[in-house]
Design a binder for this molecule. Structure first.
Ligand code: ADP
Ligand code: MG
Length: 238
């Protein structure tokens, strides 16, 4: 459940090579964080894993199954975006339940999962509100809740805290960590924030210019960065 293999994935937009051969194995239940400078291909790699972009070449394998040509809805993944991407006209409850409803889940099952997810994320008081009536932090919790109710094997987070203020970033980060412990799901998380990477990750993947510079546990990268670039991002000063 929830393992991921990325095999020599390349992605070009026209003549621009954005991903230049990415190989990565993620174990079931692992929390892996992608870090790297703006434009290095973090979001593109997440989108290729999600199936929102097709790889130019290479394979994406989830749970031993080649999903390279599988549509996003059939990959067993859920993605949380920096901008929340909620439907403004729907209540919190309906935002969370829409995906399940479209997939044909019975109402009782949808209600049960919304109840569980909203308890985990302290969203019960807000179920009848619309996104415009929520704070940024509450909106992002709804977006996370919408992912949780789908019970994916793999969660993808693209800079989910970037639009929140400092105090909320800490709270929401702790909630995501708690969610990972409870659900035991595989999580892949993009950030450019070193503290988020160091505190959340089982392993950190450092990307630069469409390639992986180094993969390792946070303290491994911190203590033994492979090069100046990794040191600049994660490592202790040399
Ligand atoms: P990051 O998330 O690390 O900041 P992205 O994956 O968003 O980087 O972008 C990597 C590069 O790919 C950037 O140079 C960006 O301009 C380019 N890019 C991303 N999406 C597209 C697209 N749909 N069409 C053309 N170029 C794109
Ligand atoms: Mg990005």
């Amino acid at each position: 459940m929830g393992s991921l293999n990325i095999e020599n994935v390349k992605k070009s937009f026209g003549k621009v090579d954005v991903l230049k051969g990415i190989d990565l194995e993620v174990a079931d239940g692992e929390f892996v964080v992608f870090v790297g400078p703006s434009g290095c291909g973090k979001s593109t790699l997440l989108r290729v894993i999600a199936g929102l972009e097709d790889a130019t070449s290479g394979r994406v394998v989830i749970d031993g199954k080649d999903v390279t040509s599988t549509p996003p809805a059939k990959r067993g993944i859920a993605m949380v975006f920096q901008t929340y991407a909620l439907y403004p006209h729907l209540t919190v409850r309906n935002n969370m339940g829409l995906g399940l409803k479209q997939a044909g889940a019975p109402t009782a099952e949808i209600d049960k999962r919304i109840a569980q997810a909203s308890a985990m994320l302290s969203l019960e008081p807000y179920l009848q509100r619309r996104p415009a009536e929520l704070s940024g932090g509450q909106r992002q919790r709804v977006a996370i809740g919408r992912a949780v109710v789908r019970e994916p094997e793999l969660f993808l987070f693209d800079e989910p805290l970037s639009n929140l203020d400092a105090a909320l970033r800490v709270n929401t980060r702790l909630e995501i960590a708690q969610l990972h412990r409870r659900l035991k799901a595989t999580m892949i998380y993009v950030t450019h924030d070193q503290v988020e990477a160091m505190t959340l990750a089982d392993r950190i993947v450092v990307l630069n210019g469409g390639r992986i510079e180094q993969i390792g546990a946070p303290m491994e990268l911190y203590n033994s960065p492979a090069n100046e670039f990794v040191a600049g991002f994660i490592g202790s000063p040399k």
